[in-house]
Design a protein around this ligand. Structure first.
Ligand code: F6R
Length: 609
């Protein structure tokens, strides 16, 4: 998390940094700040909260700067206060520094520095870096960085400036994304956590690898390793996918992105269903022969992407008859997994930057597995490091709460399962059957969207409750977990996803008339079982909202409210149910007056452990 942006060039750095930080706000919005140089002095401005606050403060007291670095923060060490906001400084305000990552030994270093008389003004791990570099500084900023950084444990992307180096920004990274962008004339240089924040003006990009340092000067950037080696790095030219972001008349990005899903699912399918040959066309860089002899699949993801992966395990089991497990990436990275040459690792991430997913993927790669990435963002770390990447093609997802990326993830994972199934002998007629069912999905999604006002009415009724169980079976279990996650993250409501059959093994003790149950009933194979589970909670007084396929009258007889969904085969039922869950969460959050697109404590891209 946290976004870094810096500018050295011929233009006024302030508006460029502010605009870059806005592009990076998805990485955190607890506070933001900018520092720059002019007249041999460091000047800075920081503000708690979103970047509009910083912008407003700067409009009242503008700074004239020759170069600048900026930061948007997702708090790790220390509350979101002004003193904990970046940039951070050394004691003499000679150095200003912005940081993304976590310094694990910051407390030891802080104690050592304090013993040497250094005074700290923040609770952050970042300030330790600024103070440490200042201690090492003897007139050469690059040398000070090379001396200080080997003492740090943990992860970092840094940009820093020094008052005596009016034409220099130092940027360096370990386990965190950072890249340098140049224009064609090499008159402007940008440092940023994400190339998409600058590609429209500076399309030539160099990604920093672990322990590499960029010494950015006017018209020239040199690269070094922390061990002082000089590096030669080549830039790549990346076409801008930059689009002016707009809610296009919707009240929130989340609603806009929910409404986009008939089109985004269609886009994920586009060119991938080959009806003539009853096959799936995927641009895979992993040899077919290797995929043919796979014995198991290990799926990695976090949050919503993990839920997509969980649905993937059911698809691989049902359609391919191939064992697979979904691993929460933050756990997977510290396991001792049994991965063989015949294991495929599928890493799923909207952003392609999630630290835990990347680390688990790297570990699997180190153990010899092939990696297939499912990712939305081009040029992300995941897409650069995976052996092959299937893109979601969902377009930028701006709302922190993931919606359209999820349905695109499950579209692509279904396509991949069908691809493998065909490779392993699925008949042409079966393949054609699934293909025709898949083609119905965009219309099913549209049908739910057209009933958004009904979901709003239902949501109004349920918005007064603070606790919920979301339950389902088989394909409806990850779907229910995902719907619960949506509700909790944007409404701050205690929404627990639970296997319907598991409630009676403990969680049912929580049930009372103030604890509604939201049941996802679209898994036809288990519909009688979920009806029994609903009777059990009804007997304990829980209000019941059911999302059920049209015609499932047994559920209507039990539930207090039913939202009818278009019927679909079990493996594809998650799509329509998910849209209903997203809209339900959206309208509850709206009813409760929450900050829907930027919920508290969250960030879109989770680049720390
Ligand atoms: C929930 C949400 C998160 C992300 C998770 C992984 O709405 O957005 O749970 O799904 O942080 O992010 P990616 O997919 O970018 O790896």
């Amino acid at each position: 998390m946290c976004g870094i942006f810096g500018y050295l060039g011929k233009k006024d750095p302030l508006p460029i940094c502010l605009s870059g930080l806005k592009q990076l706000e998805y990485r955190g919005y607890d506070s933001s700040g900018i520092a720059g140089l002019s007249g041999g002095k460091i000047h800075s401005c920081k503000e708690v909260g979103k970047i509009v606050g910083l912008e407003k403060k700067l409009s009242l007291a503008p700074m004239r700067l020759d170069l600048a670095i900026g930061h948007t923060r997702w708090a790790t060490h220390g509350k979101p206060t002004n003193s904990n906001a970046h940039p951070h400084f050394d004691m003499d305000t000679s150095i200003a520094l912005v940081h993304n990552g976590i310094i694990e030994n910051y407390d030891i270093l802080r104690d050592l520095l304090k013993k040497e008389g250094v005074q700290f003004t923040s609770e952050t791990d970042t300030e330790v870096i600024a103070q440490l570099i200042a201690k090492c500084y003897k007139g050469n900023l690059l040398a000070a960085v090379q001396q200080a950084l080997p003492q740090l444990r943990g992860s970092f992307a840094l940009a820093l400036i020094h008052k005596d180096h009016p034409d220099e920004i130092i940027a360096t990274a370990r386990e965190c994304p950072l890249c340098i962008g140049f224009d064609d004339q090499n008159t402007e240089t940008i440092v940023s956590s994400d190339p998409n924040a600058f590609l429209s003006s500076t399309p030539n990009v160099i990604f920093l690898r672990n322990n590499e340092i960029a010494q950015i000067k006017r018209n020239q950037t040199d690269f070094f390793h922390l061990d002082r080696r000089i590096l030669t790095k080549k830039s790549e030219r990346i076409d801008s996918e930059f689009k002016v972001l707009s809610k296009e008349g919707f009240e929130h990005y989340m609603l806009k992105e929910i409404y986009e899903q008939p089109a985004t699912v269609q886009k994920a399918l586009l060119g991938r269903l080959d009806d003539e040959n009853a096959s799936i066309l995927l641009d895979l860089q992993i040899p077919e022969e290797k995929l043919h002899r796979l014995r198991n699949i290990w799926i990695l993801g976090c949050g919503t992407s993990a839920h997509a992966g969980w649905l993937g395990t059911l698809l691989f089991e049902d359609l391919v008859r191939l064992p697979s497990t979904m691993e929460i990436a933050s756990e997977a990275r510290y396991r001792n997994p049994i991965l063989t040459n015949d294991t495929l690792v599928v890493a799923i991430s909207q952003s392609g930057e999630t630290a835990d997913t990347i680390a688990a993927m790297r570990e699997a790669k180190r153990r010899g597995s092939s990696i297939l990435g499912l990712c939305n963002v081009k040029n992300s770390a995941l897409s650069r490091e995976a052996d092959s990447t299937l893109y979601l093609n969902a377009g930028p997802e701006i709302s922190v709460c993931s919606t359209k990326a999820f349905t695109s993830q499950i579209t692509v994972i279904t396509l991949f399962a069908l691809y493998l199934a065909r490779l392993k002998g699925m008949s042409e007629s079966q393949m054609r059957y699934y293909s025709s069912e898949l083609k119905k999905v965009p219309a099913q999604i549209q049908q739910v969207i057209e009933q958004a006002s009904l979901l709003q009415t239902i949501a109004k009724k349920y918005a007064e409750y603070d606790d919920f169980f979301f339950m389902g079976r088989r394909y409806m279990l990850p779907t229910a977990m995902e719907a619960a996650l949506k509700l909790k993250e944007i409404s701050y409501v205690n929404a627990n996803g639970c296997p319907a059959g598991e409630l009676k093994h403990g969680p049912i003790a929580l049930i009372n008339e103030r604890f509604p149950v939201v049941a996802f009933c679209s898994n036809i194979q288990t519909h009688e079982k979920i009806a029994s589970n609903l009777m059990e909670v009804k007997a304990r007084g829980a209000p019941i909202l059911a999302f059920a396929p049209e015609g499932m009258e047994s559920i209507a007889a039990i539930a207090d409210d039913v939202f009818w969904l278009p019927p679909a085969i079990d493996p594809l039922a998650p799509f329509a149910s998910t849209i209903a869950g997203q809209l339900f969460a959206y309208y509850i959050a709206k009813e409760r007056g929450c900050d829907i697109d930027q919920p508290r404590n969250l960030a879109k891209s989770v680049t720390v452990e």
